[in-house]
Design a protein around this ligand. Structure first.
Ligand SMILES: Nc1ncnc2c1ncn2[C@@H]1O[C@H](COP(=O)(O)OP(=O)(O)OP(=O)(O)O)[C@@H](O)[C@H]1O
Ligand SMILES: [Mg+2]
Length: 380
């Protein structure tokens, strides 16, 4: 039995359907991220889970317990749901010390003083906040304040943790540190977690599974590797990845196997895509290749496509290049090791190969098959 079971959840605000028939099962101890662009319904979904928003339709179960059901008229208020919440604005009580901020929830439960002290100190230790217990929030950095907010939530040992962009107000470096801390914390306390973010790196690094959303609808639910390497549709393919992935319009020459397609922009370029075949009678398909799966060579290679280099952008840890297949047309982006910029120059002629990728139906935008993966349909 899942720990959280969301069935056909719908929430409207006037004419806007913020969440549209969302169904999702979350297992015990999972860390599931709701990921998607601004306005896709992430916060609304989380607020429905928390009981801060009353949905228009659907049901929500926490374990066996129904906390919301439109058809049966069930609505358990936030306080009765056994959840912990952390939002982007962590709103600590400014007139209370770190200790009292964290102890607040335990006080309300009327636990003995010694027990409260022990548990608060334990949590502060766990989050690297020992020595700060007598400070006021205004005497802490943003990252420390956010850690106090985490401590305050965890100390009451909720069974379900809900986060809404808890790291987005912090600078990049601190975000990275706290990401690692959140991951360690989750491994340690094992609470079932739903985490909202529009930051794909955050989702990829933290989650056991990711639910990619658009326009109130879940587009795909899968492990980080699944949504990244085997996107269910063009929206997910485009949304994941930085720089943006390469989507090439092609014409089908042979449905396969092996599948053969020709680039629409340059029909003299044909690609052989091994790993599946095109079912049905699609004449046009879109081939998706991640920048890091575009191989570049300064000399001709077998199966290589001649290309011109338009820009070489070393970033310190890697090198991004922009390529064109025909004079000035058809940009392809590649990403490789930093050293690449040592032997590549703008306007140089190079040869490229696509190591692996995905084939999408042009009309429906859905995934037909993945090619070039060592384990078909797998992560290799
Ligand atoms: N209280 C409200 N009243 C009216 N419309 C709302 C309300 N809350 C959310 N919406 C609308 O519902 C849709 C989903 O909003 P939501 O806040 O869930 O998006 P989100 O995915 O969290 O976006 P972001 O990444 O920007 O936080 C949006 O179109 C938003 O304008
Ligand atoms: Mg939001």
């Amino acid at each position: 039995m899942p720990d959280i079971w969301i069935k056909q959840l719908t929430k409207r605000f006037g004419a806007v359907t913020a969440v549209d028939g969302l169904t999702l099962e979350i297992g015990h101890g999972e860390f599931v991220t709701l990921l998607g662009p601004s306005g896709c319904g992430k916060t609304t979904t989380l607020r429905c889970l928390a009981g801060l928003e009353e949905p228009d339709a659907g049901e929500i179960f926490f374990g066996k317990r129904c906390v919301f059901s439109a058809q049966r008229g069930v609505f358990v208020p936030p306080g009765g749901r056994g959840i912990g919440l952390v939002f982007q604005n962590y709103a600590l009580w400014p007139h209370m010390t770190v200790f009292h901020n964290v102890a607040f929830g335990l006080r309300k439960k009327k636990l003995p003083r010694a027990e409260i002290r022990r548990r608060v100190m334990e949590i502060l230790n766990l989050l690297g906040l020992q020595g700060y217990e007598n400070r006021f929030p205004s005497e802490l950095s943003g990252g420390q304040q956010q850690r106090v907010a985490l401590a305050r939530m965890i100390v009451t040992e909720p069974e379900i943790l809900l986060f809404d962009e808890p790291l987005s107000n912090l600078d990049a470096k601190l975000r990275m540190t706290l990401r690692a801390e959140l991951k360690r914390l989750h491994a340690e306390i094992g609470a079932t977690t739903v985490y909202v973010t529009h930051d794909q790196v955050e989702a990829l690094t933290l989650s056991t599974r990711i639910a990619v959303m658009n326009l109130g609808i879940v587009q795909q639910v899968g492990s980080p590797a699944e949504v990244y390497h085997h996107p269910a549709n063009l929206f997910v393919a485009e949304f994941m990845g930085n720089p943006s992935t390469n989507l090439l319009r092609t014409r089908v020459l042979d449905p396969g196997p092996p599948t053969r397609v020709a680039l629409e922009a340059d029909p003299t370029v044909t690609l052989v895509l091994e790993g599946g075949k095109i079912e049905g009678d699609a004449e046009e398909v879109i081939v998706n290749v991640r920048p890091e799966d575009v191989e570049i060579s300064a000399s001709p290679m077998e199966g290589g496509i001649a290309a011109g280099l338009s820009a070489v952008l070393p970033t310190g840890s890697e090198c991004v290049t922009y390529l064109r297949l025909r004079e000035g047309e058809y940009e392809i982006v590649s990403k490789g090791p930093e050293e690449m910029h040592l032997y590549l120059e703008p306007n140089q002629r190079v040869w490229i190969r696509f190591k692996r990728g995905n084939v999408f139906d042009e009309e429906s935008g859905t995934l037909l098959f993945s090619f070039g993966f060592k384990v078909p349909g797998g992560k290799g």
